[in-house]
Design a protein around this ligand. Structure first.
Ligand SMILES: NC(=O)c1ccc[n+]([C@@H]2O[C@H](COP(=O)([O-])OP(=O)(O)OC[C@H]3O[C@@H](n4cnc5c(N)ncnc54)[C@H](O)[C@@H]3O)[C@@H](O)[C@H]2O)c1
Length: 339
């Protein structure tokens, strides 16, 4: 997607003052210190969970409040919109759709806003839910998998696309794939709770051998396989690469009017991941057949060429970080969204 925004007076980008929503969330809490260390002045929206970054201006508020945007965008050069509620039928229209609309609609009245960065998601392309026989790129049509979260990621993007067309709003959409921080990968691939991500292994346990692990609370590593035995393939991103993409897009005039796929340097196979962790943690591997999973990979050529995005964290590095996090004894942030 590329929408012309030329003709506005927004070509010279000098971004210092940034309004960040979702500042205490997974991406926000890693992004904020990086922005502060680059000398940005941050107004961070705090909602429910505290924003823990030093050196930022905290603004308490709710994106559902129609009066928030006017105050929040005052004196700001850019918006990084990360706030989002997950699989919640009651809230998603109000928080994700109306919340994004209020910000976009105010930004269109603010010539001082030089860039609006919208957090998109590969959920908008349906990833593992539909067959993707070729790498997914930015031209792939919106095709969310069932659920309100994925639906909201499409609707948010459609609103952004229209604000670019109708008002030449200088928007950049970063379509993150599944972001891994802390011990997320182990939470996903080991059988013990917490469960994180689709599929939920317990629901796939059919044989007495598979069920034994859950009944006796024996930990093991799940290897997702297709009928016939081929390991599943998916494409995820480490938190450091996700944050890097925001920093590369911010203030980059070539990024205006574009959506970018943001993921790791390469896809991974559950076969490789299971073997790698098994050797490191000395845990057994249990195969789970899942016929609802379709392999998918992303094409990040556009982010590489326009943003200079060069992700470093492949699945081995993501696993190493997850193991290190567990060994440190730190408490992981609660899992809000399984998928
Ligand atoms: N984490 C991922 O794997 C992933 C993948 C693709 C896209 N994304 C997108 O990136 C963005 C950030 O994701 P995340 O993982 O950091 O999310 P998160 O769930 O960790 O954090 C969401 C943030 O939004 C805030 N929020 C929720 N409702 C709000 C409201 N009504 N008013 C104000 N703030 C509110 C929460 O307080 C929290 O700080 C989201 O748009 C998400 O869809 C995330």
């Amino acid at each position: 997607m590329a929408y012309k925004t030329e003709g506005t007076d927004r070509e010279t980008m000098k971004i210092k003052n940034i309004f960040v929503t979702g500042a205490s969330g997974k991406i926000g809490r890693s992004l904020l210190p990086e922005l502060v260390s680059r000398g940005c002045r941050i107004r961070a929206l705090e909602f429910e969970e505290p924003v823990e970054c030093k050196g930022v201006e905290i603004m308490k508020g709710d994106v559902r409040d129609p009066n928030l945007a006017k105050k929040a965008l005052q004196d700001m050069d850019a918006v990084i919109h990360l706030a989002n509620c997950k699989e919640n039928r009651e809230l998603f229209m109000e928080a994700n759709i109306k919340g994004t609309f209020y910000l976009l609609d105010e930004a269109k009245n603010c010539p001082h806003i030089q860039q609006f960065i919208q957090a998109g998601s590969d959920a908008r392309a349906g990833v593992f839910f539909y067959p993707h026989p070729f790498p997914i790129d930015e031209t792939y049509p919106h095709s969310a998998y069932p659920g309100y979260y994925a639906f909201s990621k499409v609707l948010e993007e459609v609103m952004c696309e229209q604000y670019m067309i109708q008002y030449k709003l200088p928007i950049t959409i970063l379509r993150f794939s599944w972001v891994h921080d802390e011990d997320d990968f182990l939470a996903h691939i080991t059988l013990r709770e917490p469960d994180f991500g689709i599929p939920i292994w317990k629901e796939l346990a059919k044989t007495p051998e598979q069920k034994k692990y859950f009944e006796k609370d024996i930990d093991a590593i799940a290897k997702l396989i297709h009928p016939g035995g081929k390991p599943g393939i998916r494409h995820i991103v480490g938190i450091k690469d996700a944050v890097k993409s925001v920093l590369l897009a911010l203030g980059n005039s070539s990024a205006i009017g574009h959506a970018f796929t943001i993921t790791g340097p390469s896809p991974f196979s559950y076969g490789f991941a299971a073997e790698y962790i098994s050797k490191k943690l000395n845990l057994p591997i249990v195969e789970f057949e899942y016929d609802g999973f379709h392999d998918f990979t992303h094409n990040i050529a556009k982010a590489r060429s326009i943003l200079g995005y060069d992700p470093e964290h492949d699945v081995a590095k993501i696993i190493d970080s997850a193991i290190e996090f567990r060994k440190s004894g730190k408490q992981r942030h609660p899992t809000k969204y399984i998928g």
